[in-house]
Design a protein around this ligand. Structure first.
Ligand code: HEM
Length: 157
């Protein structure tokens, strides 16, 4: 028996858990826990947390794309053109999430790091707010994508 589809979808799901779970923790648990801190402490904390998390997100994206398109291009359940609607929706929402992540890292995140390097806390807080807004959008999209990725298979086949 060939277990390569099973292994690929298993890895795909782990990557989704790391990305979406990380955003959930950052927004729903860490953020409300640090609101009482002074701005300089809070921003310094995010300066340490975000690059570590974003490295895991980048790795998760590579795994999601490699395993997702890996199975589709090798004939999984109708292949790249014959799959069910939930797979098409997942590719669209996944592409939006990946694009937003890249825009966020190259824009607000770099600006946030630059502002902190020059001790401009007002600008750093503003950029951190932009990062948070994009993470919220990606969190909602990620929860939705994970839900339809897992539930769609029971509806579509
Ligand atoms: C962007 C390109 C993507 C492709 C090509 C892709 C492809 C696939 C495929 C082919 C399946 C199997 C569906 C089935 O068996 O019915 C799947 C399942 C799944 N995908 Fe994706 N996916 C992508 C992005 C994402 C993203 C961004 C997430 C979440 C952050 C995600 C989360 C999931 C989950 C949770 C499953 C269900 C696994 C299971 O329980 O069977 N996918 N994906």
């Amino acid at each position: 028996m060939d277990y390569s589809f099973a292994a690929a979808i298993g890895l795909h799901t782990l990557a989704a858990v790391i990305w979406v779970g990380g955003m959930f923790f950052a927004h729903m648990v860490l953020r409300p826990s640090v609101t009482e801190m002074t701005a300089s402490l809070r921003l310094a904390l995010w300066r340490r947390v975000l690059p570590r998390f974003f490295a895991w997100v980048a790795a998760s994206i590579v795994v999601l794309l490699a395993t997702g398109y890996g199975v589709l291009l090798t004939g999984y359940r109708g292949g790249i053109s014959g799959g069910n609607l939930h797979i098409d929706v997942m590719q669209i929402t996944g592409a939006v999430m990946i694009l937003l992540f890249i825009v966020m890292v190259l824009g607000p995140f770099l600006a946030f790091k630059r502002a902190l390097a020059t001790n401009d806390l007002v600008a750093a807080a503003r950029w951190q707010g932009r990062i948070r807004a994009i993470v919220v959008v990606n969190l909602v999209l990620g929860l939705f994508t994970t839900f339809i990725g897992a539930a769609g298979t029971f509806v579509g086949y």
